[in-house]
Design a protein around this ligand. Sequence first.
Ligand code: CA
Length: 271
Amino acid sequence: MSRQRLMPSAPIEVRAGVATDAGRKREHNEDSYFAKAPVFVVADGMGGYAAGEVASAAVAAEFGLLTGRPSVYASDVRSAFGRAVAAVHSLPAGGGAGAGTTLTGVVVSDSGGVGYWLCFNIGDSRTYRMRGGQLEQISVDHSVVQELVEAGSLTRTQASIDSRRNQVTKAIGAGGDGELDFWFLPAEPGDRMLLCSDGLTGELDDGRIAAILRETTDPQAAAERLVAAAVDAGGRDNVTVVVVDAFAVVEAFADGDADTVPRASRAGGRR
Ligand code: CA
């Protein structure tokens, strides 16, 4: 007698694209990424003299260990984050104000089998969601200018050109340790998640980013077009982009007895 095994199915089926470029001004690319379901992260290293790229690569590698499961939960992300912090602090340049990195990411998660995006962030890399053609920033920058905007001392436009715009208030290592912020968002077929380092948002405003995302259906082509546009616009920093499209999502539906049951639905031009 053979035992029937239920194959674990992903609560969100995704297609992803990724692109990165050192830009026009920097010799090294200190950004790192991991992009394989169910884990997607971008890390923007800092510290110079190769320290930044080692720190960001160490963090991306820790999160890469979360692959091989259909769903990732906040406890998994917290554990990976703890290991990532330890890994950065163990680097030769990892103490004090030495090597460090930002981290922004999204993992495929679920609640009772229903598909959710679990987003997390520390620093000034960003996570956005495009839904119905509208781009929304999910993460909140840990930066000096973000604090000034929230205090009403700067407008968003002023912040985008302020000389302090590259100063982060939290990071992994670099003397700026702090906690991750989390967002747990119900997923819909057609959702498009965008992760990026500030080399993208420092060159292109949200309107331009949204236009490119709307015009480009394929996630790999979208990531490449965004990076190319940032380099064309000046490329003053390393730029890294991950685009994650949900093409099938387990959503909650009410059945005849008003119980909700998880059921898969597929993208049908809802983007
Ligand atoms: Ca950067």
